[in-house]
Design a protein around this ligand. Sequence first.
Ligand code: A3P
Ligand code: MG
Ligand code: MG
Length: 377
Amino acid sequence: RPNRPQNQSGPSRGQNPHSSLSLSTRRELYERDFPVYKQPVEVGCFSLDSERRFFNDGRQMRYYVEPDRSPNFDLRDGYKDRFIKRDDSVKEKLDHMLRWILANRSKLSARGTTASSCDLDIDFVTWRGHLTKLLTAPYETREGWQLAVTRFRGTLYISEVETEAARRDQENRTERHEEMMYWGYKFEQYTCADTVHGRPDPGGVLNTNEAFCTVVQTRLADHRLLFSGEVDCRDKDPNAPAAPACYIELKTSAEICTPKQRSNFHRFKLLKWWAQSFLPGVPRVVAGFRDEEGVVVALEIFPISKISHLIKNEPNCWKPTVCMNFCSDFLSFVKHIATEDNPSVVYLLSWEPRRDVTSPSTGTRRTASCHTGLWRR
Ligand code: A3P
Ligand code: MG
Ligand code: MG
């Protein structure tokens, strides 16, 4: 029986089967005990090469090399002449994850003897980035999202659909903004080597098609999750703990010069950094603080487990428990909404800041054309 969403508002399904169901994102509704979140276990990984081709291995893994003096990295270097940018108008949906599942079927245990051995022992398959957006929704005031859900052999597949507003923003980016999006990748090039004993090569071409992704399994309350996320690099020490504990997330941020900037960094940036890395069990962020000209002036390590202490004295700040409880309730809501087990049926869930999450029960149920081909037996 599907779980009944706890914060459901609006008319119930029993009264009017054609009404919209909704879920509130109001913070105060989620201030309860931290839900069970099992230590994420890495069940595999995959790589995408310079042409965005899938490989069922870790060939794109990189190794963190600690800079030996004060950084002074020029993040603008190479933007004009040594940059190959991934075409973000190509929507890959869940395809790479589905490729990984097809290639690693045997690693995902089948359900008990009564169910078909084709079933995965998993409630949700999605990208880590989609879950990050769910964790931060109670605090997000600018960007909404749309998620498409399909139930297939008992597993719910969640994939993002670009909103109209996001498409417009992407088209209207300023040249400065375009360049600043490069800075984060450039920081990675200054701090990562391709081999365990190698050195970073900041003079090389930077190609954002390349990626190394971890695939992890975990459980949030009673939701069994399988998701994948891009990982920037790992600790090169051979005695480092096993993945995902050896992974390192790299970030850049504007240098902090005033109390107001520090407060904003705690309230907005650290929320995003925490959510992104906490989900797959990546234990630390190495941050490069840069000036207005894109020169990194300081490095700082943020252990993910210390972030909640760092923000404790910040008034009106975010709370990890609110993020995780909202995500858990959202997943219960999805189980409740997406009931028809049929790869041709897609349920759409939409959210705009200061509104409830809604799923019109009719009208946006669409026939799928995107993911089903991969699943034909
Ligand atoms: P920063 O992390 O330093 O901002 P990630 O940190 O997730 O590994 O992403 C690497 C870089 O990609 C980011 O560096 C940023 O430059 C760019 N990037 C990622 N997501 C982005 C987004 N939604 N908008 C703009 N730039 C983004
Ligand atoms: Mg990354
Ligand atoms: Mg990063």
